[in-house]
Write a protein that binds this ligand. Structure first.
Ligand code: ADP
Ligand code: MG
Length: 671
């Protein structure tokens, strides 16, 4: 029996391994199985090249968990190791100053461990003792056994294996005995090894017999050695892609589309990405892409490898060229990673454009579930945005789809304003904004539907991209103001008349919001009162509410514009009633106010104004107008209807309005 010391420059690597890798200790299994896979592939390669002339035999890798003995075995029929090789590959850990290195990269260790020849030693994260029993393929080789108890001393001697290959036996730490449990190992094999390229058997398949499960003769193979992404896309059917998706994400809804990635130069990358259905934020699940390296699971967090919007996709990426031995922040600036992420973005755009061109019907049918993803991509990725402008679909309120360019052409003649700006009208809710949509349609305009949570941002993006254009929500002003055709004659009201309207209407509007009242000529048949909310105010509030960082606007009270149509007969009648009930009083007050507002010279010859008197007179005028407003049925009915049609009457206000309306109707019909 030989004894020796493991060749690590640092004092003792074992405490370091245990300490730093504690949180992720389960990856030891991946590392040991990956080594078994390597060894198996190497013997196959030796057979292919003719160097190895013997029988390959059964190459299945076997995992055996013994919960009573608290051991776990990984057994392969790979190429095995000679004593010299054990010395070289196991005893001399192949890099200098392991401790210093571990200290520096402790955060990334779980992903890099396999790439620095430390894979095998991860066994010590969970074991108090590790044994290797190995027989090399080489002629005349003898079995070697190696034992180490988690300290720098090891023992080497004669092994017991009679068949080529390697058996690794872990004697688990007392706190780690879960790794001898069948359920735990099954779960880990599913997570890390389900696509490894050599068959892995974990016990036997079981069947139900005489009231209990019993082993059958058949191996329980836990992996698919030829996963779909490794196959030639030409030989794969549509349903195979769907089946694979269901295998990856059991119970998920069917994906919309898929992309098969396959590139050899300038880097190696294969994989399949799926577009999931996404309607709103509840559907958004990132971290659904699994990253593999030669069919070995590495991570399901690809954040720094693909552009952020692509993390909304699902599926598998397999590339040996994604460097895992560097820090995560460095990844983003790595040239290979940049190329890879550029490639994937381009592929995604290619695929979408292809479907857009060749199967518009399908593209339109799936658009509602695809739109959020595309908008997110366009908002966050300049290159993708450029490509997507070609296949982005605008949907109007009648449910018709248009590519952006076609839509622009369609509205060009009708929706240009007097200054030559093209106005895109849009609604966010077909039901709530119905009247405004109809008003626009009656003018021959078209109205887009923008009801996606990202649309407030997206509208700004389109305004930037489309020259000399702007977007206006259809209820943000009366339609003639949204697309101004010529300078319209506005009613000429004096300051005090404007002030009067302001007082009257503010009195009867619901409390809690802010109202800006103005007069306009909307014709005899135009509605008496139109309530709108300015595009600017609303957009900033919307952005604040989806977290645009502009919270100042989010805290302002709602502001509405009230347009009073002074050509409407009902408004005329209401103003007459005002004249009849308090016209004289108001006239009287008005002249007193203008008198008091005049500046005069005081005894010292200085200019002076009687501010207190003005204030007092104004207050009296306000009282008179408010009293009139309160008691005027016509005013209540007209504003009530305007509020009602905007969906702004709720609760008590709505109940009051309905009761009053019955009274009005009653008076008209029961006389
Ligand atoms: P890596 O796999 O990155 O080389 P490891 O620490 O996992 O690093 O393994 C070190 C070396 O030990 C391997 O390169 C291989 O030569 C040898 N080795 C480990 N496990 C086996 C095995 N099951 N069969 C044959 N050789 C093995
Ligand atoms: Mg390894």
């Amino acid at each position: 029996m030989k004894q020796g010391s493991i060749g690590v420059t640092t004092e003792n690597i074992f405490p370091v391994i245990k300490k730093f890798l504690y949180s992720d200790h389960e990856i030891f299994l991946r590392e040991l199985v990956a080594n078994a896979v390597d060894a198996t592939q190497k013997i196959k390669a030796l057979a292919d090249s003719g160097e190895f002339k013997g029988e390959l035999g059964d190459l299945t890798i076997r995992i055996e968990a013994d919960s009573e003995a608290k051991t776990l075995k990984i057994i392969d029929n790979g190429l095995g190791m000679t004593e010299e090789e054990v010395n070289k590959y196991i005893n001399q850990i192949a890099f200098s100053s392991a401790g210093e290195f571990l200290e520096k990269y402790k955060d990334q260790l779980s992903s890099i461990i396999g790439h620095f020849g430390l894979g095998f030693y991860s066994a010590f994260m969970v074991s108090k003792k590790v044994e290797i029993d190995t027989l090399s393929w080489k002629d005349g080789a003898e079995a070697v056994s190696w034992t180490c108890e988690g300290n720098p001393e090891y023992e080497m001697g004669k092994g017991t294996r009679t068949a080529r290959g390697t058996t690794i036996t872990l004697h688990l730490d007392d706190e780690e005995t879960e790794f001898a449990q069948r359920g735990k190992i099954e779960q880990l094999l599913k997570k890390y090894c389900k696509f490894m390229p050599v068959a892995i058997a974990f016990g036997k398949k079981q069947e139900w017999k005489d009231g209990k499960y019993v082993d059958t003769e058949e191996d329980n193979i836990i992996n698919d050695v030829e996963p779909l992404w490794t196959k030639n896309p030409k030989e794969i059917k549509e349903e195979d892609y769907i089946k694979f998706y269901n295998y990856l994400y059991p119970g998920s809804e069917e994906p919309l589309f898929y992309i098969h990635l396959n590139v050899d130069y300038p880097f190696h990358l294969t994989g399949i990405l799926y577009f999931p259905k996404i309607k709103d934020r509840i559907d958004v699940h990132t971290d659904k892409i699994q990253l593999y390296c030669n069919q070995m699971f590495v991570t399901d967090s690809v954040k720094n490898i693909v552009p952020e919007f692509l993390t909304l996709l699902h599926g598998v990426i397999d590339s040996p060229d994604i460097p895992l031995n560097v820090s995560r922040s460095y990844l983003q600036s790595d040239a290979n990673v940049k190329k890879i992420s550029g490639y994937i973005t381009k592929k995604v755009a290619d695929r979408l454009e292809e479907i857009f061109k060749n199967d518009r019907e399908q593209f339109e049918k799936k658009w509602d579930n695809l739109k959020l993803f595309i908008e997110y991509g366009m908002l966050t990725d300049e290159k993708f945005c450029e490509r997507a402008m070609k296949f982005f679909l605008l949907k109007n309120c009648d449910g018709k789809f248009f590519p952006v360019e076609d839509y622009t052409k369609a509205i060009e003649t009708m929706q240009k304003d007097k200054d030559g700006r093209l106005v895109y009208l849009y609604a966010t809710d077909r039901t709530e904004q119905y009247r405004h949509i109809e008003a626009a349609k009656n003018k021959g305009y078209d109205v887009l539907l923008m009801d996606c949570p990202l649309d407030p941002h997206f509208v700004s993006l389109l305004e930037n991209k489309l020259e000399n254009s702007n977007f206006a929500r259809v209820d943000s002003d009366i339609i003639d103001n949204l697309i101004r055709k010529e300078d319209r004659e506005k009613p000429q009201l004096s300051d005090s008349e404007t002030d009067e309207l302001n007082i009257i209407f503010n009195k009867v509007m619901p409390e809690g919001s802010h109202y800006i009242v103005g007069a306009d000529n909307l014709g005899e048949n135009g509605e008496p009162v139109v309530i709108t909310q300015s595009e600017f105010m609303r957009r900033y509030r919307d952005m604040a509410s989806i977290g645009g960082g502009m919270n100042f606007y989010g805290e302002l009270p709602e502001t509405y514009n009230i347009t009073v149509n002074v050509e409407n007969p009902l408004i005329k009648k209401m103003l007459e009633e005002k004249q009849d009930s308090c016209g004289e009083e108001l006239n009287d007050l008005s002249s007193k106010i203008s008198e008091a507002e005049k500046t005069r010279k005081d005894e010292n010859g200085e200019d002076t104004k009687d501010d207190d008197t003005v204030k007092e007179l104004r207050g009296r005028r306000k009282d008179i107008l408010e009293k009139f407003a309160e008691g005027n049925t016509l005013l209540h009915q007209v504003t009530g209807l305007a509020l009602l049609s905007n969906g702004m009457l709720k609760g008590k206000a709505l109940a009051d309005f309905i009761r009053n309306s019955y009274e009005v109707v009653g008076k008209a019909f029961t006389k």
